[in-house]
Design a protein around this ligand. Structure first.
Ligand code: ATP
Ligand code: MG
Length: 357
């Protein structure tokens, strides 16, 4: 980091003033001290020698003072460097509570380095906290299906079990295994998306056709719950990673299906305005509270923990959606009220090009 011109001028003026003050002090000491020394020694040198000795003494005093001051300053300097090194060692060992307290007079020169080290410790500490929360969430999510699998596997061993009960237990084990596998799939997907190494191949295609095919592919699910599906799609050409966007619509639609009671309605809309595509996925389902709305995009967040814990997902679907939309330079928002349904709005920047396919 380079110091500003004004700071450099100020520094130079201060050094010159300090040097002049030291020189004055040394001259004064030599001026008053030498006659006293001569009288002590009983010597009376000629004017030429007096001048020569005076100059030599002032010079030696000046060099001595400057040397003493700079060695004192470099000792303080070393002290601060030691503090910085010690902090770095502690950070390397995982102690992120480090905070260097700089002496006032060192703040100018080393202040930036020290505040960077302090900032690094704070940020690493936050990362470490996130890592621990992540591990505890993953363990928790894995634990509940595993406990259920263990319990029902043990129950199946009982010889007096009716064939119907056995079949029911096996079906539960199957569903819980699927849930485990989905958690692992979603975790891998999210980690890969966040690693920045995920393949990202943008092509130009018809967004309305993609939405329609996702709705059709999910038909068995929404028919099973007797949901009304209303689709209003303008023809829109977009440039995006087709597979990733498909994942977005699948996640939003399966949430709408999952959180809407039988007989409800789901509306999928697509329009283009001011160079942006607007996709809405609206349902007449259970809705979200204000508090839930603020957290739904966080990893592992589930509004109703008790209910979804039994048959629901892992709370990763919307984090994946948000990440993908962000990768495309778009935005996602949610409007909802408890009991009145939910609307997810996705906005994507558009490029006016002919579709690749
Ligand atoms: N359409 C919706 N209506 C009401 N609540 C919703 C809706 N979509 C999401 N939510 C709430 O947001 C939470 C997070 O959704 P998300 O899709 O991330 O996780 P999930 O559906 O529980 O699990 P996953 O998608 O990983 O299988 C859900 O658990 C639910 O509480
Ligand atoms: Mg989901």
């Amino acid at each position: 980091m380079r110091r500003s011109f004004a700071a450099r001028v100020r520094g130079t003026v201060l050094v010159l003033l300090a040097a002049a003050a030291i020189m004055l002090l040394c001259t004064y000491v030599a001026y008053t001290g030498l006659p006293f020394l001569y009288s002590l020694l009983g010597a009376e040198p000629g004017p030429y020698w007096k001048q020569a000795v005076f100059t030599a003494v002032v010079f030696i005093l000046f060099i001595g003072c400057v040397g003493a001051i700079s060695s004192l300053m470099s000792k303080r300097h070393m002290l601060v460097w030691d503090m910085i090194q010690d902090a770095m060692r502690r950070i390397a060992k995982g102690d992120f509570t480090v905070s260097i307290d700089l002496p006032m007079d060192e703040k100018d020169r080393l202040g930036t380095i020290v505040s960077n080290v302090n900032q690094m410790a704070v940020e690493l500490g936050a990362l470490e906290k996130m890592r621990q929360e992540f591990i505890s969430n993953v363990s928790h999510e894995i634990q509940s299906p595993l406990t259920s699998i263990q319990g029902f596997a043990k129950a199946i061993k009982r010889e007096d079990l009716s064939p119907e009960a056995r079949l029911r237990y096996i079906t539960i084990i199957e569903a819980e295994s699927e849930r485990l596998s989905k958690i692992s799939d979603n975790l891998l997907k999210l980690t890969s998306l966040e690693s920045k190494h995920h393949p990202f191949e943008q092509v130009t295609y018809r967004l309305d056709k993609q939405l329609r095919s996702v709705v059709l592919a999910n038909e068995p699910k929404w028919l099973e719950k007797k949901l009304d599906m209303e689709v209003e799609l303008e023809p829109v050409v977009c440039r995006a990673d087709r597979d990733l966007m498909s994942q977005v619509w699948i996640n939003l639609l399966s949430n709408a299906i999952k959180f809407t009671p039988e007989g409800g309605t789901i509306r999928i809309g697509l329009s283009a305005r001011e160079g942006r595509a607007r996709v809405t996925v609206a349902d007449t389902g259970i809705g979200l509270t204000e508090e839930d709305r603020q957290h739904v995009f966080e990893r592992f967040y589930k509004a109703d923990k008790s209910r979804t814990a039994s048959g629901g997902g892992s709370g990763l679907g919307l984090s994946i959606v948000q990440k993908i939309i962000e990768m495309h330079g778009g935005e996602i928002s949610v409007e909802s009220r408890p009991g009145e349904g939910t609307v997810f709005l996705v906005e994507l920047p558009l490029e006016t090009q002919e579709p690749d396919a």
